[in-house]
Design a protein around this ligand. Sequence first.
Ligand code: ATP
Ligand code: MG
Length: 439
Amino acid sequence: MESALPPFDAPAPDRTDADPASPGSPQPDVYDRPIPLELIDADAVKVLRRLTRAGHQAYLVGGGVRDLLLGRAPKDFDVATSARPNEVRSLFRNCRIIGRRFRLAHILFGGGKVIEVATFRRNPAMEAPEETDSEVIDDLLIRSDNVFGDAHEDALRRDFTINALFYDLDRRQVLDWCGGMSDVQSRTIHTIGDPMVRFREDPIRVLRAIKFAARLDLGIAPDVYDAMVATREDLAKAARPRVFEEILRLLRGGAAHRSMWLLWETGGMAVLLPELAAFLDDEEATDGGAARFFRKMDAVDAMTRTRGRPLDDMVLWTVLLKEPLDEACAGERDRIRAATDFLDPVIERVAVPRRIADGVRRIVAILPRLTAGRSGRFGRSDLMAPALDVLEAEMLASGKDVEAVHKLRAVELGGGRPASTRPPAGAHRDVRGHRDRRA
Ligand code: ATP
Ligand code: MG
């Protein structure tokens, strides 16, 4: 997964005179930092070249640039451009315009690959007049997504400095308006601007900070960490489907252990999954429950690494909730009822789709019989594959030999192959270990 890009050690910019197309805007620091062409997706290169040849500005942006500079293989390659969506469409036959609030161009390539092309935009929230009443500010915020801007503004609207670097393919230079390059070098997460403001603007950024710290093995700047803790209650106001998706991303990236530990430590877990946080907090009553839980997260990471792809969403949610769920069901006559009572508020709070919630409930119910080799009719259901993955994670976590699970899989599903072979949409593949949490 590591790319061939050599490490660099000169944070001093080579020049500050790029971006002649926007002479009035603040100029970026410019780094001559050629990224070997073979590390950049060939279709992304095509898109960038066609846009610049047509006279537009176009840069590789976001996670792709960040990951390449950190020496990792990017998950996707996003493009930002001065071209308006209609202009982008006129240049590409295989182009679809998506989004209502902010229109993006998706350029479609073979194998389902999509290169996302976004017109530069700015964050008008930053310009909200001070002397207006809150109604006007709310109104401004509602329309905030849909304001085009220039490259500089587009960089500054982003969340973290390491996510705001623009790569100019023709000049082989990195443009940096906010110190992202030195943060890449020191492997530290800094927000662009005041962290309290940026987390209040969009609480999902707290989860994104955790994801990057855990997955990319980065430190979190102390003021950013403190702001994450201070604004954690705002997570309750975030759009619930985004929370659901972002929790999955924390679990999928091969760093579930560190992600969940940071989520717990910052207090974000107490807001989003208080059932789990309370369980982890109660060392006494759970008899080492936290240690068991984190061993399961290790098992998830190990399985993700071995398979080279994330586990199924249903498997991830089951393993995540299994410890407190078992506790809630212990000693209950009607275990299905107890599981339902436990899960209902979770489903409500983080918008878990019915299909997944039902799957979690049924897998938890069948697991004891599975362990005893009595799967019965369940063995032929769609849930058998995810249930076996959950069982494998449980056995791994408790240090048991997982050979029995492989055998069961071979008997029930045919072939000893692990069950979840399809990567979920949007899943990332980079996997790595842990490090200390703070810079
Ligand atoms: P990943 O490798 O997980 O895809 P990413 O940084 O590419 O990480 P995306 O969700 O793909 O994350 O977003 C692409 C870019 O859009 C980010 O790098 C960042 O610059 C910007 N961005 C995404 N989400 C936000 C947000 N909530 N607030 C501000 N900027 C954001
Ligand atoms: Mg991305």
